[in-house]
Design a binder for this molecule. Sequence first.
Ligand code: HXC
Length: 258
Amino acid sequence: MSYNTILTNVDGKVATITLHRPQVLNALNDELMDELGAALMGFDADDNIGCIIITGSEKAFAAGADVAKMAKYNFQEVYRHDYISRNWEQIRKVRKPVIAAVSGYALGGGCELAMMCDMIMAAENAKFGQPEIKLGIIPGAGGTQRLPRAVSKAKAMDLALTGRMMDANEAERAGLVARIFPQAELLNEVSAIAKGIADMPLLTAMMVKESINASYETTLSEGIRFERRLFHACFGTNDQKEGMAAFVEKRPAKFTNS
Ligand code: HXC
């Protein structure tokens, strides 16, 4: 597939999607979100892929939804065409692990896109924020919901009401970011992490993702019940047999994703 606004690359079992509208700091327009959704669905369906990375440029993961486009929208249009819901939520359907590798600005919809990923790895120059209030809108791609879950109500209110940015260290301390790397090493480091994940038994990795995501949607008792069912299901897989046999026999496991 060839795209206009993203670049894709496959290295072994790791697929990398690079947001690519450099002239506007990867501002997220409909074309980009359509292409991102199509690429994600393609890699999710591809049995040779075990982990997906979404990244941007050194200066910007994404500086938000495309303000020049949004400036012309009216209520009738956004409601009629289901702006955001129509194509931004494709990423939620992806069942394989997705890592956001964030360098530079992740603002507004860019921060929200990063938060839709399963984890955020950041470069030291990363800056996160929800500055929508300065434009007369609220975050519209999950920012008011995912940010407080990630960083606490206090910090989410602080960020979304003042529109200020937080740097990588603050974001890591607050729990938004999993790890921080020097900018020049970000992609290599994240690729190595993704490769490690892609080498894990795929069905188990998908179950880990499904179970952790369920914790955001349910009560503790129901969540634990759900986890227990998936845990029991692991014992029906060949990879559980192989993983445990390999440990007992002191040899590397050869997973078959079955
Ligand atoms: C459209 C954008 C853009 C955006 C930057 N550009 N962000 N275009 N939408 N979100 C464009 C600029 O207009 C400029 O184009 C070029 O990219 C380079 O940006 P500069 O502003 O010149 O760069 P710099 O001075 O380094 O400042 C970087 C910045 C600033 C601090 C990130 O660009 C900025 O504040 N951008 C907007 C951030 C924002 O408000 N994001 C939230 C958007 S609302 P030209 O043609 O002048 O070179 C949102 C809604 C989410 O995301 C809800 C639904 C998903």
